[in-house]
Design a protein around this ligand. Structure first.
Ligand SMILES: [Zn+2]
Length: 267
């Protein structure tokens, strides 16, 4: 079985959901601290949250395994995304709650990390790059939407206080055109159900920064959604009623991206 699933759509829009996977191979889980074995730092249910995107014609790329196996949204050389701030790495050894991922002495060494890169990280990136090029080839341009979610409060290891509901990241404006960012911000500013920020604590991870190349017709945008907007952060349960309130807004944002992917004049 592949380490990812790729749904190939027809529109110039690719959703990548690199932290949707929660599986941990048994032999690896046995080396982990108890609380890590259930992959608590998963972007829970994010593929379900975006299940409407296929009907828009979008391609959707979803991994099978947890970020604890290898974090697909980190560079393979494991350079920190946020120098000077706490963050988690390519093969995380610390959980978001600050606790250890591994039992003492069970952390992976260099050779094991290299193996995980080849087995899990590279296939996802090969699929991502291939699908971006296929869509760009057919349409002349494409938008990559990096869909993420995180517990929006009580994570002092990563941020103080409460994270806004919706956190748009464009690598501080480098991963998409100013026009696309402006149109996304207009949609967000046009509603008052959810608070939001652009390029706040989360500015876009490795995938957004690496693949976003507006001059080549590839625009990348990350959306980090606070999980309280569509699920119960305590129980971990998906909340269909909350999700149904949020999805129309996400749909409008994706439609702006589709528009940017289809009409050169729209930028
Ligand atoms: Zn994520």
């Amino acid at each position: 079985m592949d380490s990812y699933r790729l749904h190939r759509g027809s529109a110039p829009l690719l959703l990548s959901l690199p932290h949707d996977g929660s599986e941990i191979p048994v032999a690896l889980a046995e080396r982990m601290a108890g609380p890590a074995r259930t992959a608590p730092d998963t972007d829970w249910h994010v593929s379900r949250l975006y299940d409407f995107a296929r009907a828009l014609g979008a391609s959707v790329l979803v991994p099978r395994y947890s970020r604890y196996v290898v974090d697909l949204n980190r560079p393979e050389d494991d350079t920190s995304l946020y120098p000077g701030q706490n963050t988690t790495g390519l093969c995380p050894t610390t959980r978001f709650d600050g606790g250890p991922v591994y039992l003492e002495g069970q952390q992976p060494g260099k050779a094991e990390i290299a193996t995980r890169i080849e087995r899990y990280w590279r296939p996802y990136h090969d699929a991502l790059r291939g699908e971006l090029e296929r869509l760009r080839g057919g349409h002349g341009r494409v938008v990559l939407w990096e869909g993420h979610s995180i517990r929006g409060s009580d994570l002092p290891f990563l941020f103080e206080g409460r994270l806004p509901d919706l956190n748009l990241g464009t690598a501080a404006g480098a991963s998409c055109t100013p026009a696309l960012q402006q149109r996304l911000e207009q949609v967000l500013a046009g509603q008052d159900d959810y608070d939001w920020v652009a390029n706040g604590r989360f500015k876009g991870g490795h995938i957004t920064r690496h693949y976003g190349d507006p001059a080549r017709g590839i625009q990348a945008v990350q959306m980090e959604t606070s999980q309280r907007c569509y699920m119960d952060e305590g129980s971990g349960e998906f909340d269909p009623a909350r999700a149904a309130r949020l999805q129309p807004l996400l749909r409008r944002l994706l439609e702006v991206c589709l528009d940017a992917g289809q009409s050169p004049a729209a930028g």
